[in-house]
Design a protein around this ligand. Structure first.
Ligand SMILES: NC(=O)c1ccc[n+]([C@@H]2O[C@H](COP(=O)([O-])OP(=O)(O)OC[C@H]3O[C@@H](n4cnc5c(N)ncnc54)[C@H](OP(=O)(O)O)[C@@H]3O)[C@@H](O)[C@H]2O)c1
Length: 259
C-alpha cells in the first residue's frame, strides 16, 4: 500500500474525497489548494479520524513557479511522494472571444502547465525509486471539442492524451500513470465555471466520493484510462467518433447552453 499522497485541489470536491479515501486506507497526505482554512479543517478531520499525518501547503498553482515551490516545500518536509493526484482544475462557461484572455490563460496555467511541471518533478523521483502511482484527473470533456467551453475541453484533451503517453513511456519503471475521465460530478465545479442552468447538468451528476473511489482504485490497479460513467464512456468511444463532426459540435454546444 503506497503511503504518502500529494493531492492538488484538496480543498473541495473530488480532491477532498481522494484525501479522505487515501487517509482511510492509512496513508499520509499532503493537501494543496488556495483555501488554507478548508485544507486545515480537512487535516484536522483526517488526523483525528484515521491517525495519519496530514500536511497543508496552500498556494495558487496557476502562478508561475508555483509547482516548483510546492515540490520544494514537500522536500523541506522531508517527504517522499508515493501517490501523486493531479486533480486541481476549473472550467469556464462562455464563448472564447467573449471571455477574458487572462481567464483562458489562467485555466491553461492550472489545468495543463502546473500539472506538467509537478508531474515532471515527482515522476522523475518515482522512477529513481522504482515505484509510484500517478492519477491525472482529465475528463470526458477531453474526448470531444467543447464549444461553449472551448479552452476547458482542450485542456482536458491535453490531460487525457498526456497521461496515457506518459504511462506507456513509464512501462517497466514501476511507476504508472492513470487518467480518470469523469462525467458530471456534483462539486463546486459547475458554480466556479458559471455552468449552473446548463442543459448538461439537468440530469444531476455522480457524487464526488463515488468518483474519487472509482478513480483511486483504478490508479492502484495501474489502469491506463478510466471513465466512471459507463453509458457516457460507450457513447464517446463507440458512437461519437462515427458521427459527422459538425453534428457533434452542435450537440456539445446545445448541451452546454442554458436555454
Ligand atoms: N465536477 C465535474 O463535473 C468534473 C467532471 C470532469 C472532470 N472534473 C475535474 O475534476 C477536478 C476537480 O474538480 P471538482 O469537480 O472537484 O471541482 P471543485 O470542487 O471546484 O474543486 C476544484 C479544486 O481545485 C482547486 N483549485 C482551483 N484553482 C486553483 C488554483 N489556482 N491553485 C490551486 N488549486 C486550485 C480548488 O481549490 P481552491 O479554490 O481552494 O484553490 C479545489 O480544491 C478538476 O480538474 C475538474 O476539471 C470535474
Amino acid at each position: 500500500m503506497p503511503n504518502t499522497a500529494l493531492i492538488t485541489g484538496a480543498s473541495s470536491g473530488l480532491g477532498k474525497e481522494f484525501a479522505r479515501y487515501h487517509a482511510a486506507k492509512g496513508g499520509d497526505v499532503v493537501l494543496t489548494a488556495r483555501r488554507e482554512e478548508a485544507l486545515e479543517a480537512l487535516k484536522v478531520e483526517l488526523e483525528a479520524k484515521h491517525g495519519i499525518a496530514a500536511h497543508v501547503i496552500a498556494l495558487d498553482l496557476s502562478e508561475a513557479g508555483a509547482a516548483e515551490t510546492l515540490y520544494n516545500a514537500v522536500k523541506t518536509l522531508g517527504m517522499e511522494i508515493d501517490v501523486l493526484i493531479n486533480n486541481a482544475g476549473f472550467g469556464g462557461y462562455g464563448h472564447f472571444v467573449e471571455r477574458d484572455l487572462a481567464a483562458h490563460q489562467g485555466m491553461i496555467a492550472l489545468n495543463v502547465s502546473a500539472l506538467v511541471d509537478l508531474t515532471h518533478r515527482i515522476a522523475k523521483d518515482m522512477v529513481g525509486r522504482g515505484r509510484g502511482k500517478i492519477l491525472n484527473v482529465g475528463s470526458t470533456a477531453g474526448f470531444i471539442p467543447g464549444p461553449g467551453q472551448a479552452i476547458y475541453f482542450a485542456t482536458k484533451a491535453f490531460v487525457n492524451s498526456f497521461s496515457q503517453a506518459l504511462d506507456q513511456e513509464l512501462q517497466g519503471t514501476g511507476v504508472t500513470s492513470t487518467v480518470l475521465a469523469p462525467g458530471y460530478v456534483e462539486t463546486e465545479f459547475a458554480q466556479t465555471a458559471d455552468l449552473e442552468g446548463a442543459r448538461m447538468l439537468r440530469g444531476g451528476g455522480a457524487t464526488a466520493a463515488d468518483v474519487a473511489k472509482y478513480g483511486y482504485d483504478a490508479m492502484i490497479r495501474g489502469k491506463l484510462l478510466t471513465i466512471n460513467d459507463r453509458a457516457l464512456g460507450f457513447m464517446l468511444n463507440w458512437v461519437t467518433p462515427l458521427l459527422p463532426r459538425r453534428m457533434v459540435l452542435r450537440m456539445v454546444a446545445t448541451s452546454q447552453s442554458k436555454t
